[in-house]
Design a protein around this ligand. Structure first.
Ligand code: HEC
Length: 242
């Protein structure tokens, strides 16, 4: 892609080899950390161990049969209840129609378990649980990730993955593999960025699209893996034919 006649990574100076080897290894580790982060973020959405299609569906499309509040206390916010009793009280209030008249019965629960993060000062995640008026918007149907959150996520993700994929493509373009293989790997990796992020938007629009989020993530993982492994092989073993 970048050099008309690539000379292979093995023919580089020792200093460049050290730099590129470490770059490839650390990029690989960085990717694995990103993957671990995803597992830890999405696993608690449905309170069952591990990450499932259900976790992904609810995160993006939402638990449409329920409210934002109920989905949160049955998911990632469940761990914050001071006691099982408090959780049950809040559940009971929700089952009984979450009326303003009965709010007094659950106000202490919000006070002790939620307000340390969701007060009008800290307003973590834009959520306040101090009064009925502040809780009311959470009683709307859960429609998953908001558009503004998706825009923010997509934006940071493009800006984070694009330069790394570009650098990996640059290194890979020096290797001695067949040009067709290189074109496929490089083309695939850039499209994987689009596919990965596009899959979130599809999963937000349709419940059935949740598996695409996995496929998108896997295609990016395959790209990273291919760049790191193939470039290291070229750097360590491939000699240019005389
Ligand atoms: C230690 C701080 C902390 C406590 C305590 C806490 N939350 Fe949260 N809450 C967060 C953070 C961080 C987020 C955003 C990340 C997320 O959604 O997982 C959030 C998000 C939410 C959301 C938005 C979810 C969505 O899908 O938009 C709701 C609703 C919520 N919390 C309710 C509660 C309730 C009810 C309690 C009390 C049982 C509670 N939180 C306790 C930190 C906290």
């Amino acid at each position: 892609m970048f050099w008309k006649e690539p000379a292979g990574l093995k023919s580089l100076n020792v200093s460049a080899k050290v730099g590129i080897t470490l770059f490839l290894i650390i990029a690989g580790i960085g990717y694995l950390l990103g993957f671990a982060n995803i597992l830890l973020t999405y696993s608690p959405v449905v309170q069952k161990p591990g990450m499932s299609m259900e976790d992904i569906r609810i995160s993006f499309y939402g638990a449409r049969g329920t409210t934002v509040l109920e989905a949160s206390i049955d998911g990632t916010m469940k761990e914050y209840f001071q006691s099982e009793n408090e959780y049950q009280e809040l559940k009971l209030w929700l089952t009984n129609g979450a009326s303003e008249a009965d709010f007094a019965s659950v106000q202490p629960v919000f006070e002790s378990s939620c307000v340390m993060c969701h007060s009008s000062e800290s307003e973590v995640a834009g959520v306040v649980t101090e009064s009925y008026q502040s809780v009311e918007p959470l009683l709307a149907q859960d429609t998953g990730k908001s558009i503004s959150r998706l825009v923010a996520l997509s934006h940071t993700h493009v800006l984070a993955t694009l330069p790394i994929i570009f650098l990996l493509a640059l290194v890979f373009s020096f290797t001695l593999y067949n040009e067709k293989l290189k074109a496929v790997v490089i083309g695939f990796s850039f499209l994987a960025i689009l596919f990965d992020i596009g899959s979130w938007w599809l999963a937000k629009a349709a419940a059935g699209a949740a598996p695409l989020v996995i496929l998108g993530g896997v295609s990016l993982a395959v790209s990273f893996g291919a760049y790191v492994v193939l470039s290291l092989i070229d750097l360590l073993f491939k000699k240019k034919k005389a």
